[in-house]
Design a protein around this ligand. Structure first.
Ligand code: AVJ
Length: 324
Protein backbone atom coordinates (compact mmCIF):
# COMPACT_ATOMS: atom_id res chain seq x y z
CA UNK A 1 0.00 0.00 0.00
CA UNK A 2 1.23 3.44 -0.94
CA UNK A 3 1.81 5.57 2.15
CA UNK A 4 -0.39 8.66 2.12
CA UNK A 5 1.23 11.98 1.38
CA UNK A 6 0.54 14.94 3.61
CA UNK A 7 2.13 18.25 2.76
CA UNK A 8 3.26 19.81 6.01
CA UNK A 9 3.85 23.47 6.82
CA UNK A 10 5.35 24.24 10.22
CA UNK A 11 4.96 27.85 11.42
CA UNK A 12 6.87 26.83 14.59
CA UNK A 13 4.46 28.17 17.18
CA UNK A 14 6.38 28.70 20.42
CA UNK A 15 5.49 26.11 23.01
CA UNK A 16 2.87 27.57 25.30
CA UNK A 17 4.81 28.55 28.39
CA UNK A 18 3.14 26.88 31.37
CA UNK A 19 5.78 28.11 33.83
CA UNK A 20 5.60 31.79 32.88
CA UNK A 21 1.83 31.97 32.43
CA UNK A 22 1.05 30.17 35.69
CA UNK A 23 3.32 32.49 37.70
CA UNK A 24 1.80 35.53 35.96
CA UNK A 25 -1.73 34.22 36.41
CA UNK A 26 -1.35 33.51 40.13
CA UNK A 27 0.19 36.93 40.75
CA UNK A 28 -2.66 38.75 39.01
CA UNK A 29 -6.02 39.70 40.54
CA UNK A 30 -8.38 38.02 39.87
CA UNK A 31 -6.15 34.95 39.63
CA UNK A 32 -6.50 33.15 36.32
CA UNK A 33 -4.74 30.47 34.27
CA UNK A 34 -5.53 30.19 30.52
CA UNK A 35 -7.82 27.29 29.53
CA UNK A 36 -5.38 26.15 26.83
CA UNK A 37 -3.29 24.48 29.56
CA UNK A 38 -6.03 21.91 30.28
CA UNK A 39 -4.96 19.81 27.32
CA UNK A 40 -2.01 17.70 28.35
CA UNK A 41 -2.41 13.98 27.59
CA UNK A 42 -4.58 13.29 30.64
CA UNK A 43 -6.56 16.50 30.05
CA UNK A 44 -7.27 15.54 26.44
CA UNK A 45 -8.49 12.11 27.57
CA UNK A 46 -10.74 13.72 30.16
CA UNK A 47 -12.11 16.13 27.54
CA UNK A 48 -12.96 13.18 25.26
CA UNK A 49 -14.78 11.61 28.22
CA UNK A 50 -16.68 14.90 28.78
CA UNK A 51 -17.92 14.76 25.18
CA UNK A 52 -19.61 11.39 25.96
CA UNK A 53 -21.35 12.55 29.17
CA UNK A 54 -25.18 12.55 29.27
CA UNK A 55 -25.14 16.14 30.61
CA UNK A 56 -22.71 17.42 27.95
CA UNK A 57 -25.11 17.81 25.02
CA UNK A 58 -22.72 19.82 22.79
CA UNK A 59 -20.74 17.20 20.89
CA UNK A 60 -23.54 14.82 19.94
CA UNK A 61 -25.90 17.72 19.18
CA UNK A 62 -23.43 19.34 16.82
CA UNK A 63 -22.78 16.04 15.03
CA UNK A 64 -26.54 15.50 14.57
CA UNK A 65 -27.00 19.05 13.24
CA UNK A 66 -24.15 18.61 10.77
CA UNK A 67 -25.61 15.32 9.52
CA UNK A 68 -29.01 16.92 9.00
CA UNK A 69 -27.64 20.08 7.38
CA UNK A 70 -25.42 18.25 4.95
CA UNK A 71 -27.56 18.31 1.78
CA UNK A 72 -28.28 22.04 2.19
CA UNK A 73 -24.69 22.71 3.06
CA UNK A 74 -23.45 21.02 -0.09
CA UNK A 75 -25.98 23.00 -2.14
CA UNK A 76 -24.71 26.27 -0.61
CA UNK A 77 -20.98 25.57 -0.66
CA UNK A 78 -20.71 23.39 -3.72
CA UNK A 79 -17.92 20.90 -4.25
CA UNK A 80 -14.25 21.60 -4.98
CA UNK A 81 -13.59 24.00 -2.11
CA UNK A 82 -10.43 24.15 -0.03
CA UNK A 83 -11.59 23.10 3.43
CA UNK A 84 -9.52 24.45 6.33
CA UNK A 85 -10.25 22.92 9.72
CA UNK A 86 -9.19 25.01 12.72
CA UNK A 87 -8.11 23.11 15.82
CA UNK A 88 -8.47 19.96 13.74
CA UNK A 89 -7.49 17.65 16.61
CA UNK A 90 -8.61 14.12 15.82
CA UNK A 91 -10.55 15.39 12.73
CA UNK A 92 -13.62 13.37 13.66
CA UNK A 93 -16.31 15.90 12.79
CA UNK A 94 -14.92 16.78 9.37
CA UNK A 95 -15.40 13.16 8.29
CA UNK A 96 -19.14 13.87 8.29
CA UNK A 97 -18.56 16.45 5.55
CA UNK A 98 -15.90 15.03 3.27
CA UNK A 99 -17.81 12.32 1.37
CA UNK A 100 -20.62 14.70 0.32
CA UNK A 101 -18.77 18.00 0.11
CA UNK A 102 -15.94 16.54 -1.97
CA UNK A 103 -13.48 19.38 -1.37
CA UNK A 104 -10.43 19.38 -3.59
CA UNK A 105 -8.15 20.10 -0.66
CA UNK A 106 -8.19 19.69 3.10
CA UNK A 107 -5.95 21.71 5.43
CA UNK A 108 -5.75 20.66 9.08
CA UNK A 109 -4.60 23.50 11.33
CA UNK A 110 -3.55 22.76 14.90
CA UNK A 111 -1.02 23.86 17.49
CA UNK A 112 -0.22 20.30 18.53
CA UNK A 113 2.24 19.01 15.91
CA UNK A 114 2.35 15.28 16.68
CA UNK A 115 -1.42 15.00 16.97
CA UNK A 116 -1.86 17.01 13.77
CA UNK A 117 0.50 14.81 11.77
CA UNK A 118 -1.04 11.50 12.84
CA UNK A 119 -4.61 12.66 12.29
CA UNK A 120 -3.96 14.18 8.84
CA UNK A 121 -2.06 11.06 7.76
CA UNK A 122 -5.00 8.89 8.79
CA UNK A 123 -7.32 11.21 6.89
CA UNK A 124 -5.14 11.06 3.76
CA UNK A 125 -5.18 7.27 4.02
CA UNK A 126 -8.96 7.04 4.44
CA UNK A 127 -9.74 9.56 1.64
CA UNK A 128 -7.20 8.77 -1.11
CA UNK A 129 -8.86 11.21 -3.56
CA UNK A 130 -8.31 14.14 -1.16
CA UNK A 131 -5.26 16.40 -1.18
CA UNK A 132 -4.33 16.74 2.50
CA UNK A 133 -2.20 19.46 4.09
CA UNK A 134 -1.18 20.08 7.68
CA UNK A 135 -0.30 23.49 9.12
CA UNK A 136 1.12 23.74 12.61
CA UNK A 137 0.29 27.19 13.97
CA UNK A 138 -1.22 28.82 17.08
CA UNK A 139 -4.21 30.42 15.39
CA UNK A 140 -5.05 32.50 18.45
CA UNK A 141 -1.95 34.50 17.44
CA UNK A 142 -2.57 34.83 13.70
CA UNK A 143 -3.42 32.66 10.73
CA UNK A 144 -0.62 32.23 8.23
CA UNK A 145 -2.02 29.41 6.13
CA UNK A 146 -0.54 28.64 2.74
CA UNK A 147 -2.70 26.57 0.34
CA UNK A 148 -5.47 29.18 0.71
CA UNK A 149 -5.31 31.49 -2.28
CA UNK A 150 -7.65 33.81 -4.10
CA UNK A 151 -8.08 31.26 -6.89
CA UNK A 152 -9.82 28.72 -4.65
CA UNK A 153 -13.10 28.84 -2.77
CA UNK A 154 -11.83 28.69 0.80
CA UNK A 155 -14.08 27.36 3.55
CA UNK A 156 -12.95 27.42 7.17
CA UNK A 157 -14.47 24.85 9.53
CA UNK A 158 -14.39 25.73 13.24
CA UNK A 159 -16.55 23.25 15.17
CA UNK A 160 -17.06 22.49 18.85
CA UNK A 161 -17.93 26.02 20.04
CA UNK A 162 -14.23 26.57 20.70
CA UNK A 163 -14.90 30.22 19.82
CA UNK A 164 -16.66 30.36 23.23
CA UNK A 165 -13.29 30.26 25.03
CA UNK A 166 -12.45 33.73 23.65
CA UNK A 167 -13.77 36.99 25.08
CA UNK A 168 -16.04 38.75 22.54
CA UNK A 169 -13.35 41.23 21.42
CA UNK A 170 -10.81 38.44 20.95
CA UNK A 171 -13.45 36.45 19.05
CA UNK A 172 -13.87 39.36 16.63
CA UNK A 173 -10.09 39.48 16.18
CA UNK A 174 -9.96 35.77 15.45
CA UNK A 175 -12.95 35.98 13.06
CA UNK A 176 -11.20 38.84 11.20
CA UNK A 177 -8.09 36.68 10.81
CA UNK A 178 -10.29 33.88 9.46
CA UNK A 179 -11.84 36.37 7.02
CA UNK A 180 -8.39 37.40 5.83
CA UNK A 181 -7.52 33.74 5.37
CA UNK A 182 -10.60 32.67 3.36
CA UNK A 183 -10.75 35.96 1.44
CA UNK A 184 -13.75 37.66 -0.26
CA UNK A 185 -16.26 35.03 -1.34
CA UNK A 186 -14.94 32.60 1.26
CA UNK A 187 -16.95 30.97 4.04
CA UNK A 188 -16.76 29.99 7.68
CA UNK A 189 -18.74 27.00 8.96
CA UNK A 190 -18.80 27.38 12.73
CA UNK A 191 -20.39 25.59 15.70
CA UNK A 192 -21.55 27.81 18.57
CA UNK A 193 -23.25 26.85 21.80
CA UNK A 194 -26.50 28.72 22.48
CA UNK A 195 -27.94 30.55 25.48
CA UNK A 196 -30.44 28.27 27.22
CA UNK A 197 -31.90 27.25 30.57
CA UNK A 198 -29.36 27.94 33.29
CA UNK A 199 -30.03 24.51 34.81
CA UNK A 200 -29.09 22.74 31.56
CA UNK A 201 -25.91 24.84 31.27
CA UNK A 202 -24.89 24.33 34.90
CA UNK A 203 -25.46 20.57 34.65
CA UNK A 204 -23.25 20.35 31.54
CA UNK A 205 -20.30 21.71 33.54
CA UNK A 206 -21.14 19.93 36.83
CA UNK A 207 -21.73 16.37 35.67
CA UNK A 208 -22.79 13.74 38.19
CA UNK A 209 -19.81 11.47 37.43
CA UNK A 210 -17.37 14.27 38.26
CA UNK A 211 -15.47 14.14 34.97
CA UNK A 212 -15.53 17.92 34.47
CA UNK A 213 -14.27 18.37 38.04
CA UNK A 214 -11.41 15.96 37.30
CA UNK A 215 -10.67 17.86 34.06
CA UNK A 216 -10.48 21.17 35.94
CA UNK A 217 -8.42 19.77 38.85
CA UNK A 218 -6.01 18.03 36.43
CA UNK A 219 -4.61 21.51 35.73
CA UNK A 220 -3.20 21.54 39.28
CA UNK A 221 -1.85 18.01 38.90
CA UNK A 222 -0.12 19.19 35.72
CA UNK A 223 1.44 22.13 37.59
CA UNK A 224 2.64 19.75 40.29
CA UNK A 225 4.11 17.31 37.73
CA UNK A 226 5.70 19.79 35.32
CA UNK A 227 6.74 22.68 37.57
CA UNK A 228 8.63 22.77 40.84
CA UNK A 229 5.50 23.06 43.00
CA UNK A 230 3.90 21.56 46.09
CA UNK A 231 0.30 22.33 45.03
CA UNK A 232 -2.11 19.64 46.25
CA UNK A 233 -5.17 19.21 43.98
CA UNK A 234 -7.04 17.67 46.94
CA UNK A 235 -7.08 21.08 48.66
CA UNK A 236 -9.04 22.71 45.79
CA UNK A 237 -12.60 22.22 44.59
CA UNK A 238 -14.12 22.43 41.10
CA UNK A 239 -16.58 25.33 40.78
CA UNK A 240 -18.50 26.04 37.57
CA UNK A 241 -21.52 28.30 37.10
CA UNK A 242 -23.34 30.34 34.47
CA UNK A 243 -22.68 34.07 34.84
CA UNK A 244 -25.66 35.77 33.14
CA UNK A 245 -24.06 39.24 32.88
CA UNK A 246 -21.34 38.39 30.37
CA UNK A 247 -23.33 35.31 29.25
CA UNK A 248 -20.73 32.69 29.98
CA UNK A 249 -19.95 29.58 31.96
CA UNK A 250 -17.04 30.24 34.29
CA UNK A 251 -14.87 27.51 35.72
CA UNK A 252 -12.79 28.10 38.84
CA UNK A 253 -10.60 26.14 41.22
CA UNK A 254 -11.49 27.18 44.77
CA UNK A 255 -9.22 26.65 47.75
CA UNK A 256 -10.89 24.58 50.47
CA UNK A 257 -8.44 25.69 53.17
CA UNK A 258 -6.08 28.45 54.25
CA UNK A 259 -2.80 27.59 52.55
CA UNK A 260 0.31 28.74 50.78
CA UNK A 261 1.02 27.19 47.38
CA UNK A 262 4.70 27.13 46.44
CA UNK A 263 6.07 27.38 42.89
CA UNK A 264 9.89 27.60 42.70
CA UNK A 265 10.65 29.89 45.65
CA UNK A 266 7.43 31.93 45.36
CA UNK A 267 4.45 31.44 47.66
CA UNK A 268 0.82 32.18 46.82
CA UNK A 269 -1.52 32.57 49.78
CA UNK A 270 -5.13 31.32 49.61
CA UNK A 271 -7.98 31.76 52.06
CA UNK A 272 -10.86 29.27 51.99
CA UNK A 273 -13.09 30.25 49.04
CA UNK A 274 -10.35 32.08 47.12
CA UNK A 275 -10.28 30.98 43.51
CA UNK A 276 -8.26 30.61 40.34
CA UNK A 277 -10.34 31.35 37.21
CA UNK A 278 -9.57 28.60 34.66
CA UNK A 279 -12.09 28.93 31.81
CA UNK A 280 -14.79 31.00 30.17
CA UNK A 281 -17.26 29.42 27.78
CA UNK A 282 -19.43 32.11 26.15
CA UNK A 283 -22.96 31.29 25.04
CA UNK A 284 -24.66 33.26 22.27
CA UNK A 285 -28.08 33.76 20.79
CA UNK A 286 -28.25 33.39 17.02
CA UNK A 287 -28.76 37.17 16.70
CA UNK A 288 -25.97 37.90 19.19
CA UNK A 289 -23.51 35.84 17.23
CA UNK A 290 -24.62 37.53 13.99
CA UNK A 291 -23.59 40.88 15.50
CA UNK A 292 -20.20 39.54 16.50
CA UNK A 293 -19.66 38.03 13.06
CA UNK A 294 -20.73 41.27 11.36
CA UNK A 295 -18.01 43.17 13.25
CA UNK A 296 -15.54 40.90 11.47
CA UNK A 297 -17.14 41.28 8.01
CA UNK A 298 -19.09 38.00 8.05
CA UNK A 299 -22.77 37.63 7.12
CA UNK A 300 -24.93 34.79 8.46
CA UNK A 301 -25.94 32.91 5.34
CA UNK A 302 -27.56 29.89 6.95
CA UNK A 303 -28.18 28.69 10.51
CA UNK A 304 -29.05 25.15 11.56
CA UNK A 305 -30.28 24.24 15.07
CA UNK A 306 -31.36 21.04 16.79
CA UNK A 307 -35.04 20.76 17.73
CA UNK A 308 -34.35 21.68 21.37
CA UNK A 309 -32.29 24.70 20.18
CA UNK A 310 -29.30 23.76 22.31
CA UNK A 311 -26.59 24.35 19.72
CA UNK A 312 -26.11 26.03 16.35
CA UNK A 313 -24.09 25.42 13.23
CA UNK A 314 -23.76 28.54 11.11
CA UNK A 315 -22.54 29.19 7.61
CA UNK A 316 -21.00 32.67 7.47
CA UNK A 317 -20.05 34.36 4.22
CA UNK A 318 -17.09 36.72 4.11
CA UNK A 319 -17.93 39.69 1.93
CA UNK A 320 -15.09 42.09 2.65
CA UNK A 321 -12.85 43.28 5.43
CA UNK A 322 -14.73 45.72 7.66
CA UNK A 323 -13.39 49.25 7.91
CA UNK A 324 -13.38 50.82 11.36
C1 AVJ B 1 -13.87 22.82 24.12
C2 AVJ B 1 -14.06 25.03 24.97
C3 AVJ B 1 -15.88 24.05 23.77
O1 AVJ B 1 -16.31 25.23 26.76
O2 AVJ B 1 -17.64 23.53 26.65
C4 AVJ B 1 -15.91 21.33 28.49
C5 AVJ B 1 -14.39 22.89 27.07
N1 AVJ B 1 -14.80 22.83 29.56
N2 AVJ B 1 -16.21 21.22 29.79
C6 AVJ B 1 -16.52 24.04 26.52
C7 AVJ B 1 -15.03 22.36 28.34
C8 AVJ B 1 -15.52 22.11 30.44
C9 AVJ B 1 -15.39 23.18 25.99
N3 AVJ B 1 -14.79 23.77 24.73
Amino acid sequence: MKSPVVRFHDAHPGAADLHREVLEGLSARPRAIPAKFFYDERGSELFDAICELPEYYQTRTEMAILRRALPELVALIGTECTLVELGSGASKKVRLLLEELRPSGYVGVDISKEFLLTSTETLAHDYPWLEVHAVCVDFSRGLEVPYCDAASHNVAFFPGSSIGNFDPDDSVRLLRAIGQMVGPGGHLLIGTDLKKSVDVLNAAYNDAAGVTAAFNLNLLQRIRDELDSDVDPETFAHYAFYNPGPGRIEMHLVSKITQRVRIDDQHFAFEPGESIHTENSYKYTVAGFAELAARAGFRQQAVWLDDAQLFSVQLLAFDASPVD
